[in-house]
Design a protein around this ligand. Sequence first.
Ligand code: ZN
Length: 167
Amino acid sequence: MRGGGSDGTDFEMNRVAQFREVRSPQKLWSGAMVRPNRGEVSSVYGVRRYYNGVFAQNYYHRGVDYAGGSGSPILAPAAGRVVLVGRVADGFRLHGNTIGIDHGQGVSSIFIHLSRIDVQEGDTVQAGQTIGTLGATGSATGPNLHWGLYVNGVAVDPVPWRNSGFE
Ligand SMILES: [Zn+2]
C-alpha cells in the first residue's frame, strides 16, 4: 500500500484499528499458511521508503504485496472468522476494498485493494478458500494484493508463517 495514515478516512482508520484489537481465544490456524495469491511477490515485508531522499520516519512495509492479475483469486491463508469487510463506497479510500480475518489467539490477516469481496463479516473461512479477487482499489499504484499479518496487533513478516507455520 502507499500513503501514510493521513489520507484514510476516520471511518476506515477506526475500523482497521478495531480490527487489530481483536483477540479471540480459539486457535483456528494450523500448520503452514497458504499463499494468498499466485502472483509474484512485488514488495516484501519490512521495505523502507524514501521521501525526497530521506527515509520516511516510522515507515516500513507491514506486509507482502503480490502482483497477481486483476481479478485473480485471493485465498484465505489460514482458517478464521471474517471480522472486517470494508468497501470503498463506505469510506475505505486508502485501503480500498478490504477483508480482515481473525485466525484466533491474536493472529489476524488483512487484505486490501481488492476488486471483489466474496465474504461477509461473521463468516467462517477455511484455509485456501477464495475470499475475493485482486484489484487496485484504494491507494494502489496498480493491481496488487497487500497481505498484512498481525500478532496481537503488531505487524509480522508472513514469510515464516507461510513456510513452516507456528504452533
Ligand atoms: Zn503493501
